[in-house]
Write a protein that binds this ligand. Sequence first.
Ligand SMILES: O=C(O)CCC(=O)C(=O)O
Ligand SMILES: [Fe+2]
Length: 352
Amino acid sequence: MAESSTPAKAELLATKTVQELLTEGELVPQKYVHKEGIPDPNSSVELMDTPVIDLDLLTPSSTTVEQLDKLRSALTEWGCFQVINHGMTPEFLDEVREITKQFFAIPVEEKQKYLRPVNDIEGYGNDMVFSEQQTLDWTDRLYLTVYPPDQRKLKFWPENPKSFRGTIDQYIRKLQVVTVTVLKAMARSLNLEEDFFLDKYGEQRKMDARFNFYPPCSRPDHVLGVKPHADGTIITILLQDKEVEGLQFQKDDEWFRALIVPEALLINVGDQAEILTNGMFKSPVHKVVTNALKERISLAVFCIPDSDKEIEPSESLINESRPRLYRKMKNYVGIYFEYYQQGRRPIEAAKI
Ligand SMILES: O=C(O)CCC(=O)C(=O)O
Ligand SMILES: [Fe+2]
């Protein structure tokens, strides 16, 4: 989640979408080039060994100690895991991927109807640009608030493909159930009260969806699909492309490739869960590399706590050997952007 709120006083610059650039010529503009180069953008990077967990085995009635251990060690070591048996068929997930591809494939002029206004976060376009110095991401996006339903700005919701709105509505409904089950299991895995994370997620919880489209890029050794960042969420639920890799996670200063499991959702811890667990769960730094030949899509759904909730480490995870690492924060996503654009990790703002 590289964007979350609109900062008050930045000068916003309009840019073209990557798809538009590509219709104009082959050359990658300097604004996208990381001069120092991208270390190892391709498959010589090792695969992560995060677990694939059956969601059914995380429900209170069927959880075993073994499952919770598996979950806890994935979230403390990597900050992410993949989940299967989440109540959606592989065909339905393919449909979600398909409508994403179809939206980005409609003519540019038609997509312009959904264009993100320069000072808004929602809509179709690319990164908000704050300075001439910002290195841009090689991606086009559609960013939508998808939950609660009454906060949807339908003017940004595509009518083409026809099934877009209905399919996303259904997908988001299913994700409510997944989110509740996962947040409860996360709490139980740390011996916290089952509703610990859910309470912090709050009544006024929000979900934003970011549909990502990464066109092929002729310079994968110097251009990133998404710069390294951690998400400002409590958790993020990601539907990856079924065939094309690109996502990488950092662990102990090394990068690892996320495995594609077509029928799975990838769930990662966000900064707010790292704060709530006093650093027990890691909000992992991740990035997306580009591919010279193939396009890639993904759909990230950001679970964002009620901005009125105070987010601070659980007392039960603070002790002599693990002193309190973070202070109390409110509306974390409000500070997220400011830090991100300065190239700093927003979670630093919460560090004691
Ligand atoms: O495209 C991906 O796989 C990940 C995108 C991502 O990290 C994000 O949108 O925050
Ligand atoms: Fe992310």
